[in-house]
Design a protein around this ligand. Sequence first.
Ligand SMILES: NC(=O)c1ccc[n+]([C@@H]2O[C@H](COP(=O)([O-])OP(=O)(O)OC[C@H]3O[C@@H](n4cnc5c(N)ncnc54)[C@H](OP(=O)(O)O)[C@@H]3O)[C@@H](O)[C@H]2O)c1
Length: 433
Amino acid sequence: MADHISIGLMGLGVIGAGVATAVREQAHTLAQRIGAPVRIDRALVRDVRSRRSAVAEGLSLTADADDILKNPNIPLVIEVMGGEYPAYDHISAAIAAGKHVVTANKEVMAKHGPELLRAAADKGVMLRFEASVGGGIPIIGPLLDDLAANDISAVNAIINGTTNYMLTRMATDGLDYATVLREAQELGYAEPDPAADVDGVDAAFKLAILASLAFRTVVRDTDVFREGISRLAPEDFWYAEELGYVIKLLATARQTDGRVLARVHPAFLPISHPLAKVDGVYNAVELEGDLVDWAMFQGPGAGARPTASAILADVVAIGRAIVGGVRPAQPPLFDEALTIETVDNLETKYYIRLRASDRPGVMAQVTQVLGDLDVSLASVIQKEVDESGKAAEIVITTHVAREADVQQALKQLSTLDSVDEVSNLIRVEERIA
Ligand SMILES: NC(=O)c1ccc[n+]([C@@H]2O[C@H](COP(=O)([O-])OP(=O)(O)OC[C@H]3O[C@@H](n4cnc5c(N)ncnc54)[C@H](OP(=O)(O)O)[C@@H]3O)[C@@H](O)[C@H]2O)c1
């Protein structure tokens, strides 16, 4: 058995501390499964003097990345700092120095993954990133290995725990957006600046990674159509329930005829949809493949221990290769020449909520605008919303229509004298894998 494998840990926050704890707790298991003990020899932080939990005791802290990057005795780096820079620079430098890398960084992998994987392969080292999507859920491994014989046609996912927690609270307790956001922040589920979660940025990074692996083409985060959850109101949840749906922040990518459409936005899912039952901070990823047909992976999408589980699985894979002297497998190829489709060409059903004057002829006007653009109605609910009986809320669900036509119809509806406000538009995903 080799003496030990030295690890350079970059970042000692929520996840870094979780990894350091798990390396201690699982020392025996890791040593057995790898064939050599692993040890964290250096931990990079911003400020070595700041107060830290007991987990930092016994770790050799540094604020100088070169103490890890230029240390020839460290063959393996775990990057859990987060953010694009300097994390990207450190990962690149570690690869260039011939070190294996494990990262939990979705932003770096979404923006630079294909290039970093190529650099790692050229250098004969491994770059693994299971924790970058879905926390403790195994999903990168299945896409790279276990489902490698499939042509994957779709990825449908709930991959942001913060928003899923918020939407679950809004649905089950009738709370409004501002209240659940405050609650999520108090519980530590949402950041003081919640934009990355509530605007769908985090989910778009993760979807870009999943879609790139699934379709073997480069899908950037900027290729993902993105809409956040801040427009959702309690009324949308009432109507969803009345119509037999739940509202989720859906991350979905589909490949059709050489075109990939990737999008993150709130969606109505039928209550029978497998993702409809994924509540709270849980995440799930559903895949459609030609051989497997359908598979779903579900579990804790964040948190120190589940994420450490994914990171240490990557450490085990790399540790085994180091101990066995095995050359790393070739990286995934992103060689499919697929085109990125815009959301304008999406064809799906829609939910539209309007506020309008409660007088004869209004519904006819609304129907006319929609009909002129080939948007046909599947159902209409009309409710009086004020005591005077002068205003009504109109809720429409459509048959399958084209996004560009629906958006055009909404523009026209908002110019009608009888329409006070187009309150919300939510895409309805009927397709069940
Ligand atoms: N939190 C989760 O549940 C979760 C789940 C899956 C994946 N991830 C990913 O894991 C990564 C880490 O997340 P986290 O929640 O652990 O973040 P965090 O609590 O903010 O910790 C970041 C750590 O990195 C260090 N750091 C940041 N910038 C640095 C710099 N420029 N130089 C040196 N050290 C620096 C910080 O040092 P100081 O301690 O000195 O500030 C801190 O120890 C992110 O990529 C995140 O997306 C997180």
